[in-house]
Design a protein around this ligand. Sequence first.
Ligand SMILES: [Zn+2]
Ligand SMILES: [Zn+2]
Length: 290
Amino acid sequence: MAATAAQRWKVGDVVVTSVVEEQTDHVPPQFFFPEATPEAVARHGWLVPDFADASGAISLRIQALVVEVGGRRVLVDPCVGNGKTSNLPFWNDQQWPFLDNLAAAGFDVGGIDEVVHTHLHADHVGWDTHRDGDAWVPTFTSARHLYTEAALEFVRDPGGYDNANVLRESVQPILDAGLADIVAEDADLGDGLRLEPTGGHTPGHVSLWIESAGEVALVSGDFVHHPVQCAEPGWSEIGDSDADEARATRRRMLTRAAERDVLFIGTHFPTRPAGRITADGQAWRFTPEA
Ligand SMILES: [Zn+2]
Ligand SMILES: [Zn+2]
């Protein structure tokens, strides 16, 4: 399959590139948002066509971002990966041309300096490792892989739906290789990169602020999954470990994003994932960049 041209955005002197693993269209919204119905999605006409179809079925994307700043290449949330074990059939033992897409976007696996994880769900850590015979080995062998303490504690709890698989196949090999760093949930990563704790979806969940030359961007992670949650911030997502905290985080961060007029990059937003958040009555609206 031919790789499509990568989407890129400038934030001051920083360049952010989307590297897509997969986008799925025409998904019934209640599959991810139990409080949703197609009719309720379809009432928000601004979602069509980039984010939903006219019937109210939604699109979702799994993508990583490469942030280029000060000579560093920082990879954020490296997707599901190939051949991974998952309790979710659509993530189990898949084969995607993600590394081809990464290369086509101009990035070598050996040239990644850091990997930032907003959290340790299966769709945010997968490419950290790949299979070599019977072993799972690091992919980004020159990179420091950043984790928060609470996120590691969470993934070590076998109660989560895929935690045991994620730990065994995607996290433990990085710890064993000495490629991991524990960082604070509000860590200053230098060059205008800063984490902010955005808990609720999982313990230890963080989002990434990017500031450069007077411009600001925010990479959401999973405190919001789809633009419809700007209009319906009360809708929880099936993976939210604390739905009430997730709702509070979503409202707090969407309020800030609207006030600061940031370039908002939705980690699972499909089609045109970067844009502006604006207040819209009691909720918000997302307007993608042209
Ligand atoms: Zn998640
Ligand atoms: Zn996710």
